[in-house]
Write a protein that binds this ligand. Structure first.
Ligand code: SF4
Ligand SMILES: [Zn+2]
Ligand SMILES: [Zn+2]
Length: 309
């Protein structure tokens, strides 16, 4: 098999792109694909300060690696979710990456900075699925860290597989408001809500895995222990089967949705958020989702605290 660009021996085949690449060409094409997504969606401006949310997994570390190489002003943000050994190891991977590359890193540990409200505690007390509690906690702390640090934009490592699975989930339940907002750039709608971008939204998980391998990135390979029960994995599995039978399906699903599907949903008007009465962050009621969740935790924890040991 020969490299599509330079005819040297190919090291990786990308069936979805009907192409194969040697190592230098793959690294070049991988970066260029991200650069193009950034440019065509106007994700980042020159000189902007970017906060990159990193989990210790391959996607977010690959994103940080590429953005730094492209000359952007980046700071990593790691939110420690309090999920036992998984959180400890992922934290260590992020610190090691930041140190090796000499890049600034901000760490927020929910067990400490959020008053002991790690994901297992919040999920247990509220009886919510861990990923639902986790999503609300992460969103809040990402937004808060971006605003407090004076960043212009928050970048996350959501890849093509994540976006396709999310799109499938939204379509299966016809969640029109979610469909209207599923886009690679979320512009700010509130002074305490920085722009959010997903530069990897057209880059597959397989491609980031190859990139991480070729670049020698040391990332956490194990999934979060809560991922096993997540519906998103079922959707990913379905899409992988579709992709195997028809390469390029995921890319077409997400790309064509952005081009032709989303505008139809985006027509629905949406009110702008106001200030949360609890924390001042954006809210669609009197309290934001985070403050409602924390309130529920406190109410449920109070009787336990008063109970005899
Ligand atoms: S799998 Fe669920 S609980 Fe684990 S990090 Fe992801 S969203 Fe959070
Ligand atoms: Zn080549
Ligand atoms: Zn709030």
């Amino acid at each position: 098999m020969k490299c599509t660009r330079c005819r040297a021996r190919a090291e990786v085949q990308l069936r979805s792109h009907n192409a194969a690449f040697c190592r230098p060409c793959f690294l070049f094409v991988f970066r260029r694909q991200i650069e193009r997504a950034i440019e065509s969606e106007k994700m980042l401006g020159r000189g902007e300060r970017i906060l990159v949310a990193v989990s210790g997994g391959k996607d977010s570390l690959a994103l940080w690696d590429v953005l730094a190489d492209l000359g952007h002003d980046t700071t990593g943000l790691y939110v420690g979710l309090g999920i036992g050994a998984y959180s400890e190891l992922s934290h260590a991977k992020v610190v090691a990456f930041a140190t090796r590359r000499g890049l600034p890193l901000r760490v927020i540990t929910l067990d400490e900075e959020a008053g002991g409200l790690g994901v297992p505690v919040v999920a247990g007390l509220t009886r919510r699925p861990p990923c639902s509690a986790c999503g609300t906690m992460k969103r809040h702390w990402f937004d808060a860290a971006a605003v407090e640090g004076g960043f212009d934009v928050l970048a996350t490592g959501h890849n093509l597989d994540d976006e396709a699975a999310r799109l499938l989930g939204n379509v299966l339940r016809w969640q029109t408001d979610h469909l209207a907002r599923q886009r690679p750039v979320l512009e700010t709608t509130h002074p305490r809500f920085v722009r959010k971008v997903k530069p990897l939204y057209l880059t597959s998980e397989y491609e980031t895995a190859v990139y991480a391998f070729m670049r020698g990135l040391d990332y956490i390979v194990d999934e979060c222990p809560n991922a096993a029960g997540a519906t998103q994995l079922v959707h990913k599995d379905l899409l992988n089967r579709l992709e195997a039978a028809s390469p390029g399906s995921k890319l077409a699903f997400v790309k064509d949705f952005q081009r032709t599907g989303r505008p139809a949903f985006a027509a629905a008007p949406r009110e702008n958020p106001r200030d949360c009465e609890g924390c001042g962050m954006p809210a669609y009621g009197t309290l934001c989702a985070y403050c409602r969740l924390v309130g529920e935790v406190r109410r449920k924890a109070a009787p336990l605290a008063g109970a005899p040991a």
